[in-house]
Design a protein around this ligand. Sequence first.
Ligand code: MLT
Length: 404
Amino acid sequence: MASPDIDLTVYPDECDAYGHLNQASFIALFERARWETLARGPGMDFFTRQGAWPAVRKSVVEYHAPAFPGDVIRFSQVLVHLGRTSFTLRQTARRLRDDALIATAELVFVCVDAQGRPVPVPEALPQVMADKPLAGNLRRVAVNGVNLAVDVRGQGPAVLFIHGYPLDHSIWDYPLAHLEGWLRIAPDLRGMGQSDAPDLGYSMATYAEDLLALLDTLGVERVVLCGLSMGGYVAFEMLRRAHERVSGMVLMDTRSEADTLEGRKARDAAAALAREGGASAIADSMLPKMLAPSAATENPALAERVRKMMEATPVSGILGALGALRDRPDSTQDLPLLTRTPTLVVVGEQDQITPKDRAQAMATAIPGARLAVVPGAGHLTPMERPEATTALLADFLTGLGLHS
Ligand code: MLT
């Protein structure tokens, strides 16, 4: 059973002197939507029947736009993490009239008994609060205690597409749709897209272990890795752990070096910004560097798509990724050892986050690697120049001679 969206109307008595829905009423509406979900499903006494009361332990609410009397707000609720005694719910509030994102809330609940002692989450909760069915080719795969949303298409030798931060698998939409003759696997990393976002510390090792377990679950032994930016850092970690499973590698808009001291401080500052201002503050700070400088005027639709993707990232996933980015190991010393991993290095000519000279240095250090610079692209080459990027990928993959 999928949890239904709940539509609630804003009344004048819930608004402040300027006519905006006030904060206290907003929190009450979020709560009303949760109770409505139970009322329309298993009944409002769902938790008390099981002797488990969901006590809020933490809540992060992000306000994106004001709402006014008469607005109908559509609330959707998704269970983003299920632990033994705790669970995390993400709620999204959009205005029905124009689909504007009004606010998001992320709440961690601990189930307690009448004495306040933690008790197991009711078994039926995932059915009650089930996520809506995933769109398109996405399916849910459980690995290492989390559910990853994964786009799996086609048949043939496998290619694993690993996105960057704070993004999701859809940056690969074009190559996923067009690289026929290959088994294309594109997960949302934990904490991003529609995957679970547990409120725990993450590391590059966590992501790499998730993806190796994903390959095991899908029955894929060998794979070509294609990682963009943070996805490249994850690819390096996968190589360190299981180089025998990697038949080739594409490093796109990425670098091999660890963060400098200054870079590490910037990660901590970004974490403070995320705690304070939520995903939208992160999106505001990153968007200008994500795309080629001309994109804002020449391709506003793309800029808007990237902003929405970043804004949809749960704060717990942003904080987890920032820790993983800050503490990632340096992979530069591994590059000369990649003698048996055919590698293509791709970079957008105008990449401001992982610039061309970093790509050039990697291509020089990896034996036999080739460098391709994509004109007109910034940091998100597969979205900005999808056809040129996909042609490069197709050419490289064919050259690996993996089709018997
Ligand atoms: C990414 O695009 O994955 C990140 O911006 C990489 C980074 O910040 O190092």
